[in-house]
Design a binder for this molecule. Structure first.
Ligand SMILES: C[S@@+](CC[C@H](N)C(=O)[O-])C[C@H]1O[C@@H](n2cnc3c(N)ncnc32)[C@H](O)[C@@H]1O
Length: 228
């Protein structure tokens, strides 16, 4: 199994060697950030119309940006739709950018937890748990256990959103990347793990608009709520 190769020390070593800027967060494609953030905003708007328990307008009280890096998503999107955003990020170099940034001073960023998601235990109720381009660092078993903890930490109308690259391997399997010690999962694998975690997939769609010339992986959104 691809995920049996995951080594957290190797991942952290890799991320510690990466510049704490948007270029570093996006693997040398900073130009996709705007399209990415716009796509996220429009996906969340659709979710808010779908889930009657979430007020369809106004800021959500508390969000959390998981595997946040320097807080690119918090700055460009989550802080516009949440009153306060907590941040979880294991690399101190990246967490420091958030902790010392203007959004923290303005009170838009709440707690900054410097820890890997495999070890993070949410201690609050969240209205939105945003996971983007980081879940490949968790093994399948860690991901399921983490999603169970997130499910239990959701507020009444709370939603978990996952936005990740999709494996395009011709054998239909997850692919291990030894550069940052992560896996790129298939859509089928994600859906199987969501079920195991007791989550209901309420909407999924592909991010549109990335320039084809960049030959990026397809990127997919998933919105999840506790299964009833
Ligand atoms: C590709 S960057 C994405 C950052 C941010 N989500 C964004 O979209 O701009 C991947 C992030 O995952 C973080 N990461 C690595 N291992 C992790 C782990 N075990 N748990 C949570 N995040 C991790 C890295 O430090 C890095 O900040």
């Amino acid at each position: 199994m691809a995920d049996s190769n995951i080594n957290h020390a190797t991942s952290l070593e890799y991320w510690n060697s990466v510049a704490p800027d948007v270029n570093g967060m996006l693997g040398g494609f900073p130009q996709i950030s705007r399209i990415d953030l716009r796509g996220s905003s429009s996906f969340l708007a659709k979710i808010r119309r779908l889930v009657p328990a979430i007020p369809s307008t106004g800021a959500l009280p508390l969000g959390v940006d998981c595997g946040a890096g320097i807080g690119r998503v918090t700055e460009g999107f989550l802080s516009n739709v949440c009153e306060v955003v907590d941040v979880v990020e294991p690399v101190e170099n990246f967490a420091r950018v958030v902790r010392e940034g203007p959004l923290k001073k303005a009170g838009k960023v709440g707690d900054v937890f410097v820890v890997g998601l495999e070890s993070w235990v949410p201690g609050k109720e969240y209205d939105l748990v945003w996971n983007q381009w980081c879940l490949g660092h968790l093994t399948d078993a860690q991901l399921v256990a983490y999603l169970v903890r997130c499910r239990e930490a959701l507020s009444e109308g709370g939603v978990i959103v996952i936005k990740e690259n999709m494996s395009t391997a011709s054998d239909g399997q997850d692919v291990y990347d030894e550069v940052d010690s992560s896996v790129t999962r298939t859509d089928d694998k994600f859906r199987m793990l969501f079920k195991e975690a007791g989550l209901n997939l309420i909407k999924s769609e592909e991010q549109a608009g990335f320039p084809p010339s960049l030959k990026l992986f397809p990127v997919r959104f998933y919105a999840l709520r506790p299964a009833t």
